[in-house]
Ligand binder design. Sequence first.
Ligand SMILES: [Zn+2]
Ligand SMILES: [Zn+2]
Length: 266
Amino acid sequence: MQLPPDYHLHTPLCRHAQGEPVDYARRAAELGFSEIGFSDHAPMARDDFDDWRMLHSQLGEYVEKVRQAQREVPQLTIRLALEVDYLPGQEAWIQQLATEHAWDYLIGSVHYVTEDWAIDNPHQLARWQDHEISDVWCAYFDRLTQAAASGLFNIIGHADLPKKFGHRPAQDCTPLYRRLLAAAKSQACAIELNTAGLRKDCREIYPSRELLALAQAAGVPITFGSDAHRPEELGAGFAAAVQLARDVGYRQSLRFVGRTAQQQPL
Ligand SMILES: [Zn+2]
Ligand SMILES: [Zn+2]
């Protein structure tokens, strides 16, 4: 089986990952990948927003590290991308970022459900105790739907991230999923199968089979990402992810070149 590209890889510039792009690239070549993409945490408009992403002044260094990996592992196709945090009101900043380098794709992710709470941050886990789980899920999916509808992104990252630590609402989430998927479909935006969930408390790929089946029925395309923060995590869980995608009916996934999608068989 030809593995689909691993499009969600981080670098030490984000301050919580290890291994240089060239190390990830060598690992990918060993594992038999033909294509990968770096999508490290993009800078915010204000560098002091938080402490788990590259600074704006480091963007050029990031691009050069990816270019170096391209030169040193020429048998591998290596894409240049970013994982961008979507926050309402940041659209102009994201548009500016999009023009600064020749990105192959942009992943739009929601980590922040308020201006200062990233729901996946283990250091902020106590914040969950102050909120109803269903309220957090609604707020999160509202933002993610806005991200998909913005047209700023090629891919929506880890679509049901609020399950990371096992916080699952009792209510039926189908309406939340359907609104997100309609927005994604309208902008030709893909969703990723992100295998990091397998390594977290939820022990499940993002998104769930339920959400992915709705995505397939809605005609929303897919990509794959390990969300690796170390070279050893590259490609982790891909066999399970491909199986899940095929189980719900997907026969193709997307690759991106210069922000243009191409279909490839799965
Ligand atoms: Zn990260
Ligand atoms: Zn993320």
